[in-house]
Design a protein around this ligand. Structure first.
Ligand SMILES: CC(C)(COP(=O)(O)OP(=O)(O)OC[C@H]1O[C@@H](n2cnc3c(N)ncnc32)[C@H](O)[C@@H]1OP(=O)(O)O)[C@@H](O)C(=O)NCCC(=O)NCCS
Length: 188
């Protein structure tokens, strides 16, 4: 297993989580703008539990949802990375690339920059053959990141999220994909 606990992009550091991230992470998890496409805002306890679950994946898989920091500023702005969906769907088992940034960090290209680094780790040292990403159909900002990093969408892959009740406003999800071959071709 190849493990990566920290790496840099042009402007960012992707790293393991620190205790000092818990407070700003809880703040973004309780921000209605950030959580618009999630079923509910998170309490401090739920947010801290999520960090514990995220951290527990690293030793098991060698990758995870890395905490994101802006180089120089030392400012925690959210996460980007790779995770394994814990529900069954037509595309699982799979590895997903995902992101969640503080509202103040949107519109700077940080999510796409970090996601490209996560794909590079997933396809090269980690040797994955495909990475997916999914979100509620309404989450156009997230889908714009998927498009920017070279993923493609086929409506035939869309699905109803099994953890949400039928008819929930966020139930319908889009699935985007990129294979290792597509990723390699896009870098030529
Ligand atoms: C989804 C999310 C990460 C997207 O963030 P984002 O900042 O819009 O995405 P990117 O990093 O790709 O940035 C692109 C934007 O930065 C701008 N930008 C500014 N400087 C840039 C630079 N140097 N390089 C690239 N883009 C830059 C682009 O023009 C684009 O702006 P636009 O949105 O006005 O078109 C963010 O909205 C978020 O955290 N949402 C809440 C959580 C969420 O929904 N997560 C996904 C759940 S599945």
């Amino acid at each position: 297993m190849v493990e990566r606990s920290e790496f840099k992009t042009e402007r960012l550091i992707l790293r393991r989580w620190r205790d000092s991230d818990l407070e700003p992470f809880a703040a973004l998890n309780s921000d209605p703008d950030v959580m618009e496409h999630f079923p509910a805002l998170m309490t401090r306890e739920e947010s801290d539990d999520l960090v514990a679950r995220i951290e527990s994946a690293f030793p098991e898989r060698g990758f995870g949802l890395w905490a994101l920091e802006v180089q120089g500023a030392g400012e925690f702005i959210g996460f980007t990375g790779l995770s394994v969906p814990s529900f069954d769907a037509h595309f699982t088992p799979a590895v997903e690339v995902g992101w969640r940034l503080a509202r103040s960090a949107w519109g700077r290209g940080y999510a796409s920059e970090a996601a490209r680094a996560a794909l590079a780790f997933g396809f090269d040292p980690a040797g994955l053959t495909e990475i997916v990403s999914f979100t509620a159909t309404t989450n156009l900002r997230s889908q714009a990141v998927m498009r920017r990093i070279g993923m493609t969408h086929d409506a035939a892959d869309d699905f109803d999220h099994p953890r949400l009740p039928a008819g929930h406003r966020l139930s319908r999800h889009v699935l985007w994909r990129i294979t290792a071959d597509q990723w390699r071709a896009s870098r030529c």
